[in-house]
Write a protein that binds this ligand. Structure first.
Ligand code: HEM
Length: 512
């Protein structure tokens, strides 16, 4: 009798497994290249070109949705407007999680920053508070003085290394970085850092933070094999966990120092006078006074860390690409410059944020440059929180979603003459298809909260550079537009250009 029960049990288990497997296989699976056991498709990604280029080659072969396996992690990659719309409208909540990669655990306080937290009450709170106190139009307007002052300092800094009657070769990335860094850190904390020769006392906080962010990027994403083969952690693989723990402590020390320093200055007269124009951190201290459990120091660090990671390099990269494209397209460069000159006819002051509405061409230069060279060519990875379908294909829970913005934004079926630089194509209202043919800032709940700020910073800096200086290519050669690899996509060769101060703007710039 006992044996009969065992048989029945065995047959039931086998039938159930069979039913489940057939049910699973009946679900339509996205196309996928042949894979290798254990490593999945990682071998396809190991060649020399940047990841987004390899992904583009695969998209051309397998279509606008395909499936890969990065070690043990299932990944789908999409690149059509219809699929983007499906993911970020109907399935938006499902795709509002981020994968729990090791970098999120170590550098983002157990995934509790705006960029790394899963969709849920904590993320909603982080996003709401940062929107109200940092990203909203009201707060951006209140703190516009920071950006205007920093852009003035940038123009002065460039004037100091240029001449009036002669072109001088200059490298722009470090100057842009200093400007972008100080805009963000001042809007966050009110502190300003001197760079390079002006820096006091050797290695300044700017350098420390720059190195911390650089190192954290290097240990994130596809460069960390532990994310795809979790068991490697137990073998102390390349001491990656050790390196991450060490960096985590340094990041935490830096942020704790920053918070304590600001706390000590909380009652300063200058802050009282600033009223509503106080930097974000003082708004967060006020919230902490009202509810210290909910708005703990980790909560504050969760906002600051995400803004530092998301806000500094991205704007620098965007300005560099836009200027490089203008240099390679002199007709568009002249058109953009005429637009600023017509906007401030008397040339008696520097362009500022209140002029931006009158600079639609320069705004479109930024969009067109972001189309051709999106700061994040695969955006930031999302993860499904439950099973769903995209384009009729089954996508299981815990699948990583990569949005192939690079391919989408160069698709000849969506963009006429897609590789040409034509800022005019962004004129006019957008249809839904056009809206989802562009994804530089993402879509849906997890889209970039810094878009409005980035638009202001990038357009303002471009306009000011064109208003104050003449620009040309070095040796008359086209600027090298090779793109680097990684989560963000800088130019491989930092931009160098010939620069000459415009004589009718010298007085304005020197008096800034
Ligand atoms: C040209 C400049 C910028 C570009 C191209 C850019 C692009 C992006 C992209 C593609 C995402 C991910 C969207 C997704 O997951 O689908 C993102 C997220 C994010 N960005 Fe930006 N960004 C820029 C500037 C900024 C700035 C200036 C800030 C802050 C000051 C910022 C803060 C963030 C944050 C905090 C997130 C994470 C949002 C979340 O996960 O909820 N970004 N950005």
């Amino acid at each position: 009798m006992e044996q009969l029960y065992l048989y029945i049990l065995l047959i039931s288990i086998l039938s159930l497994t069979f039913i489940l497997l057939t049910k699973q296989s009946k679900k339509l699976q996205p196309p996928s290249p042949p894979s290798i056991p254990v490593i999945g498709h990682l071998h396809l990604l190991s060649n020399k070109q940047p990841l987004h280029r390899t992904i583009q080659d695969l998209a051309l072969k397998y279509g606008p949705i395909f499936k890969l396996k990065f070690g043990f992690v299932p990944v789908i990659i999409i690149s059509s407007p219809a699929m983007l719309e499906e993911c970020f409208t109907k399935n938006d909540v499902i795709f509002s999680n981020r994968p729990l990669i090791r970098a999120a655990v170590h550098f983002h306080y157990d995934a509790s920053t705006i960029g790394a937290a899963s969709y849920g009450p904590l993320w909603k709170d982080l996003r709401r508070v940062s929107t109200e106190e940092f990203f909203s139009t009201i707060r951006l307007n209140l703190l516009s003085y920071v950006r205007v002052e920093e852009v003035k300092l940038l123009m002065k800094g460039i004037l100091n290394v240029t001449k009036v009657n002669e072109f001088v070769e200059i490298e722009l990335r470090s100057k842009m970085f200093e400007c972008s860094f100080n805009i963000i850190i001042r809007m966050l904390t009110g502190k300003r850092y001197e760079f390079g020769e002006n820096a006091e006392g050797g290695e300044g906080a700017d350098k420390v933070l720059h190195d911390l962010l650089k190192e954290s990027f290097e240990l994130s994403g596809v460069s960390n094999p532990i994310d795809f083969f979790p068991f490697l952690k137990w073998f102390n693989f390349r001491n990656l966990e050790g390196k991450m723990l060490e960096l985590k402590d340094r990041i935490d020390d830096f942020l704790n120092g920053l918070i304590e320093d600001c706390r000590e200055h909380r009652n300063d007269e200058s802050l009282r006078k600033a009223g509503e124009k106080v930097p974000l951190i003082y708004k967060l201290f006020d919230l902490q006074d009202s509810d210290s459990n909910r708005y703990s120091d980790v909560f504050i660090k969760g906002i600051i860390m995400a803004i530092l990671v998301g806000g500094i390099d991205t704007s620098v990269i965007a300005i560099e690409w836009a200027l490089a494209l203008l240099l390679n397209n002199p007709k568009e460069l002249n058109k953009a410059r005429s637009e600023v000159d017509n906007c401030i006819k008397n040339k008696d002051r520097l362009v500022d944020e209140s002029d931006l509405d009158k600079l639609p061409f320069i705004y479109n230069v930024m969009n067109e440059s972001g189309r051709l060279f999106p700061g994040g060519p695969l955006l930031v990875p999302h993860e499904s929180s439950e099973d769903c379908t995209i384009g009729g294909y089954h996508v299981p829970k815990k699948t990583m979603l990569l949005v192939n913005a690079w391919t989408l934004q160069r698709d000849p079926n969506l963009w006429e003459d897609p590789l040409a630089f034509k800022p005019e194509r962004f004129e006019g209202a957008k249809t839904s298809k056009q809206r989802y043919s562009f994804a530089t800032f993402g879509h849906g709940r997890r889209s970039c909260p810094g878009e409005a700020l980035a638009n202001r910073v990038v357009t303002l800096i471009l306009a000011a550079l064109l208003q104050c200086f003449d620009w040309d290519r070095v040796d008359g050669m086209d600027v090298d537009l090779s793109e680097g690899s990684g989560l963000t996509m800088p130019m491989v060769t930092p931009l160098k250009a010939l620069c000459k101060a415009r004589s009718d703007m010298i007085n304005v710039v020197s008096s800034l």
